[in-house]
Design a protein around this ligand. Structure first.
Ligand SMILES: Cc1cc2nc3c(=O)[nH]c(=O)nc-3n(C[C@H](O)[C@H](O)[C@H](O)COP(=O)(O)O)c2cc1C
Length: 250
């Protein structure tokens, strides 16, 4: 059985994970839900993750050390425009933990780091169209077990490692407008349990991993960054937003 492990805050990675499940079958597991003893049932593991800061989200990064060594493993990364050294980082982690790494792929998707400048809708549409085709090619290659590893090591890790300890600081610039209905959605979806409701007031703590899920998925668009009331939010249009964060094992 194939284990498709994904991390996602706005649905791009879940979209890819679902396509993989359609074609290759298997269980989809949201990485923050993962329990280590579950991997024993898998004879193939596929990790699907966004790229953060030219590297990997904390959740994906930490997963590598928990995977079994003897199982064929593939990594499918997706990114908004500049992948940097993320594929090399995935290879280094796989080698560090002696994983049986067979393939590392990257697929360009719509950007969700849009706190400052949102990309035009047409650009996102074009990204989604080409991502669909690339996803099919990647799935075929994984299905055939083609060996596909980065040849040239790209070194942008220095920036990643210097930024990583400070990612939690992004939450200090989030605030909530009067549109907040205290529905608790942000509390429920936060993968690092960084948000609490205190007497009906949303509070951000110090464990943020900068995924921006709360920002994009608040039903009222009430979470804002640095006081700017921007209208743009992104959720992958082919995904049911409520499915992000769920496992799919049927
Ligand atoms: C904190 C953060 C950092 C990001 N860093 C990068 C990056 O370095 N390069 C890039 O091309 N995209 C970057 N992105 C964009 C995402 O990788 C991209 O939009 C991805 O498809 C989102 O996947 P998801 O919808 O599954 O969360 C970043 C997004 C976030 C939230």
């Amino acid at each position: 059985m194939t284990g498709i492990f994904y991390f996602s805050s706005t649905g791009n990675s879940l979209y890819i994970a679902k396509k993989i499940k359609e074609r290759l079958q298997g269980d989809i597991i949201y990485i923050p839900n993962y329990k280590e003893d579950e991997t024993q049932k898998f004879d193939r593991i596929i990790i699907v993750s966004p790229i953060y800061s030219f590297g990997l989200p904390v959740q994906t990064y930490d997963l590598f050390s928990k995977l079994p060594q003897n199982v064929k493993t593939y990594v499918v990364l997706n990114y908004g425009g500049m992948a940097g050294g993320a594929c090399s980082m995935a290879l280094e982690l796989a080698q560090k933990y002696n994983l049986n790494i067979r393939g590392i792929y990257k697929i360009k998707m719509p950007e969700n780091y849009t706190l400052f400048i949102p990309p035009p809708n047409l650009y996102n549409k074009m990204s989604l169209n080409s991502a669909e085709k690339k996803t099919e090619r990647v799935i075929k290659a994984i299905g055939r077990d083609v060996l596909h590893l980065p040849k040239n090591r790209v070194k942008s890790h220095k920036l990643y490692y210097s930024n990583k300890p400070n990612w939690y600081l992004i939450a200090k610039d989030f605030s909530v407008t009067d549109d907040c209905t205290a529905c608790g959605k942000c509390v429920q979806i936060c993968p690092s349990k960084n948000i609490v409701l205190n007497k009906g007031e949303v509070q951000f703590k110090d464990k943020c991993t900068a995924c921006l899920g709360c920002y994009h998925r608040c039903p009222q668009k009430a979470i804002i960054y640095k006081g700017r009331k921007k209208k743009h939010r992104y959720i992958n249009p082919y995904i049911n937003e409520n499915d992000i964060g769920k496992n799919f094992d049927k």
